[in-house]
Write a protein that binds this ligand. Sequence first.
Ligand code: PLP
Length: 383
Amino acid sequence: MAIADRAAALRASGVDVLSFGLGEPDFDTPEPIRAAAKAALDKGATRYTKTRGIAPLRQAIAADSLRRRGVAHDLEEIVVSAGAKQSLFDLALALLDEGDEAIIPAPYWVSYPEQVALVGAVPKFVQTTEAEGFRLRPEVLDAAIGPKTKALILCTPSNPTGAAYDEASLHALASVLRRRGIWVIVDEIYGQLVYDGFVQRSLLTVAPDLKNRLIIVDGASKTYAMTGWRIGWMLGPRAVADACETLQSQATSNATTVAQYAAIAALEGPRDAFDAMLAEFSVRRRLMVDGLNALSGIRCRMPEGAFYAFPSVEGLLGKKTAEGKTLESDLDVTAYLLDAARVAVVPGAAFGAPGYVRLSYAASQKQILEGVSRIGAAIAALR
Ligand code: PLP
């Protein structure tokens, strides 16, 4: 937040700051989706709907999930929400009691621990390492499960690392989950944003027998460049879906009606805009990661998915700026890059990963090249 505030203040004073902090596609929502929303508005999609969402959208979600995950959900096992974030919060409220533990592999998306804490439960962090591809190992999961553990929250591909679980690692986790019988919430919001032929299987596909303990969270935001429409959903056991619906009925009621119609068009419409966005992200990923790896003191793993690079900046720690300040942490590096390179990134400490920073490549190729070059110049000025 401090970095974001400073970046905003710099920008307000006329300094051109390049921001790689954003977690949203920089593309407009594709035209057929916008057209469907306009048509729906004109047909009167302006009233309340069923709290869990209109049936045709839940049908489209069920069909999409069956096609991609190979496991069927009926319409009562699906709840549409105002974004994956709301579904995740519904699930925290529905599944966790005060004092329960939820296992969260670090690096993690910032909202998981906050949501768990908000419902009075306890986030139990387990560290994953770059050497392990930022993937939770089965024996680490097994050792982390205690008498108070109710759930595991898994994200693949991950925000912030872009790392994704391959089929073998999902099988390995499933064998622990099968034995230990805890809930598993899988955040697949970036599930279709994968590159270089990486195949993102769902844990549900790999272990359909876990279906009565497994909840998928997904949404329209990242796949269809629809962050502002606020449409997400959960697919899970009927009782859990009912609980999510009950919560939403007292908190927000249905997700915005016209946005639900837009989401049907997103799920059922042409894929060309998505394919073009994916191809562009794929080029940017290489530009960003190769560019960063060419800089001394920076090491960046090639992420399988999402739109984030998550380089280690440990090689910069201990160096001195021209003003004589020693860079002691990723926070110092982030502040230095903002001051010296006018580039905004997010410190890894925010995601439970000190020593790293996150850069989103939801930015143009020109911005990426310029940003990497500015970072390079700032690093060259260190002693
Ligand atoms: N899950 C992860 C890992 C995310 O990065 C985000 C958005 O940044 C969300 C969920 C929330 O997405 P939505 O816009 O559907 O609420």
